[in-house]
Design a protein around this ligand. Structure first.
Ligand SMILES: [Zn+2]
Length: 236
């Protein structure tokens, strides 16, 4: 990130906002946190919030505009090299960017077609996780898993789709023939249930394990779909 300088306004209280009188240096971001375009942001303004009149614990807020998506985002910087002082206050530590929209995860066209609800729910859960909403993203991954299992089974057993959609997930999982997909779905559900309940049963397993198991499920399901496609090609 290139080091830039800016004259920021200092905010001591809501009744005390100075003119642009504090020279600062900071590391400018080079990618939009919303559309992920490489950019040189247009700087709209910059403020230093000085809590308790202490410049040491102050934060620099740089308000940026992206010319690609036309959205505004705020970069928050904290002090670096507190006791080194040249002509600028050093705010080179980027602490936070807000808002942050993670890049959508890419899933194969086969999975997108099989279960668009899984893809959407999984991506929303990933967004929650990337924004530190760790108490709720697990519920989202659990819901995404349910869509994946049920849509996979509805594809396999279209005549029983109404029952599959309305039964408990554990009952649906019992219908899965492939022992590898069944085991992965069952274990991922155990972890997902831990994310939804007051007490956690599987203390040694976490969200990363759940996501690994879902990823492995996707690989097996994609292989099965490819096999079905190949098997349907008539011999000539
Ligand atoms: Zn953008």
């Amino acid at each position: 990130m290139p080091i830039k300088t800016i004259d920021a306004r200092s905010i001591y209280s809501i009744h005390s906002i100075n003119k642009k009188d504090t020279p600062c240096k900071y590391n400018e971001v080079t990618e939009c946190p919303i559309c992920h375009t490489t950019l040189v942001p247009q700087i709209l303004d910059a403020y230093i919030h000085v809590p308790d009149n202490s410049i040491f614990t102050s934060l620099l807020y740089v308000i940026c505009f992206c010319h690609k998506c036309h959205k505004i985002f705020i970069c928050t910087y904290s002090r670096n090299n507190l006791y080194e002082y040249d002509d600028y206050l050093d705010f080179s530590h980027l602490q936070d960017i807000s808002p942050q929209i993670p890049k959508p995860l890419s899933f194969s066209p086969e999975i997108c077609k099989l279960s668009p609800n899984f893809v959407e729910t999984y991506n929303q859960s990933n967004e929650a996780e990337c924004n530190s909403m760790t108490q709720i993203c697990g519920l989202g991954y659990r819901k995404a898993l349910e869509f994946l299992v049920k849509d996979y089974l509805c594809h396999k057993f279209p005549n029983q789709s109404e029952n599959i959609k309305n039964e408990f997930l554990s009952s649906s999982i019992k219908r899965i023939d492939d022992v590898r997909i069944k085991t992965l779905a069952e274990r991922a559900t155990w972890i997902g249930n831990d994310e939804t309940h007051y007490t956690k049963i599987h203390e040694n397993l976490n969200l990363d394990d759940m996501k690994r198991f879902i990823k492995a499920m996707l690989n097996y399901i994609e292989s099965e779909l490819a096999f079905e496609e190949a098997d349907a090609i008539p011999r000539k």
